[in-house]
Every structure is written in C-alpha cells, then in structure tokens.
Ligand binder design. Structure first.
Ligand code: ITT
Length: 198
C-alpha cells in the first residue's frame, strides 16, 4: 500500500484531500502522526514556493513522500490580494470569520460587476531525496456582499460560483471537489501518480 503524508494543519483541506484521493489506492498519513515536526515558515512570494517548502521539509523530517497544498484567494479589485497571505489576511492567528469580515470591508464600495476573484491551489509532491513536482488548479467566481452557507472553509461563504448561483459554502462537498482549484490540482496529481507510480 502506498503511503503519502498530507502536510497541512488546515482541517478543511484535510477533509477535501481525503475525499479527493479516496479510491486511488493511496493511504494518507496526517501530521497528527508526527507531532514533533516543526511547522514550516511560509515566507515564499508564490504558492509554488510555499507548497514546495512545506512538502520538502515534511518529507525530509519523516522519510515519507509528502503532498502539501498552498492556496489562496486572488481578488481582481484588490490587485490580486490577499493571494499568498490569504490565511493571515486579517492578522496572525485570525479566524476565517475575521478574514471574511475584512474582505467585505475592503470591497464595500466595489459593485458586483467588479468583484471577480479566483481561488488558486498549488499542490507539491516531494520525496525524501528532495525531488519535487507541482500541480495547479484555479476556480473563478465573484465575491458576494454577505456570507452564505456553512459548508467548506475559509472564504467559501463569500465565493459565488456563477454557473451554480451558489457560494462554495452552499454547494455539497462532492460538487466543490469536482470544480474547485484543489479538485483540479488533485486531478493533475493523480494522473501523474498513475503514470509514475512510486
Ligand atoms: P497549511 O499551510 O497548514 O496547509 P493554511 O490554512 O495556512 O494551512 P495556506 O497558507 O495555503 O494554508 O492558506 C490558504 C488559505 O486560503 C486558507 O486558510 C483559506 O483562507 C484560503 N483558501 C484556500 N483554499 C480555500 C478554499 O477551498 N475555500 C476557501 N478558502 C480557501
């Protein structure tokens, strides 16, 4: 049985990645099994750099192949912010609710026609010998003017998917996973693993 460690401390990501990798024959390990692994300092200026750093450090520290996800929200009217700072947009240790409140505040005078945004996800796959590959995915949508729905995590209650007329937090997880930035990145990863078994 192939084992992959998922190096993330975000419970929402773990839920989605577990569902997305179900049935692939891969057993997922979590950081809970490695409580002494120090957290990675995410100081890269791109999703790629941060994803590789997280996966490479965890792989070196455990001797396992590792996947790590770095992702975030890019809002056009904010010149691509919060981007790589999405997790701590409202400050260190902030909650998803704090981030959503700050986003609504920054967009308060921006009309719906200019509230386009995209989620981006980069997944890095790294091996103990230091070798890494990355896989990316994006989802485009619109930032609503009030939160709606209680599924998902992060900015999902504010992220309207026009094709469905619903926010990501209103869509069932299997629909989110089919269309999302993370779902697309995982599809590219599983295709690669199928062609290049480890
Ligand atoms: P790890 O680094 O431990 O994986 P993190 O939450 O710090 O967890 P990131 O640095 O990649 O992860 O930040 C990603 C942030 O982007 C996340 O905290 C959310 O605020 C947002 N985000 C990413 N994907 C999302 C999604 O599918 N739905 C809603 N928000 C998302």
């Amino acid at each position: 049985m192939k084992e992959l460690l998922v190096a993330t401390g975000n419970a929402g990501k773990v839920r989605e990645l577990e569902a997305l990798l179900e049935g692939t024959g891969i057993t997922l390990r979590s950081l809970r099994d490695f409580p002494h692994l120090p957290p990675t300092v995410e100081d890269g200026d791109s999703f790629e750099k941060n994803a590789i750093k997280k996966a490479r450090e965890a792989s070196a520290g455990t001797g396992l192949p590792v996947i790590a996800d770095d992702s975030g929200l890019l809002v056009a009217a904010l010149d691509g912010r919060p981007g790589v700072y999405s997790a701590r947009y409202a400050g260190d240790g902030c909650s998803d609710a704090d981030n959503n409140l700050k986003l609504l505040g920054e967009l308060v005078d921006v009309p719906m026609s200019r509230r386009g945004a995209a989620f981006r996800c980069v997944i890095a796959l790294c091996f103990p010998d230091g070798g890494c590959r990355t896989f990316g995915g994006e989802l485009h949508g619109v930032i609503t003017d009030e939160p709606s729905g209680d599924g998902g995590f992060g900015y999902d209650p504010l992220f309207m998917v026009p094709e469905y007329g619903m926010t990501l937090a209103e869509l069932p997880l299997e629909v989110k996973n089919r269309i999302s930035h993370r779902g697309r990145a995982v599809a590219a990863l599983t295709q690669y693993l199928l062609e290049n078994p480890f």
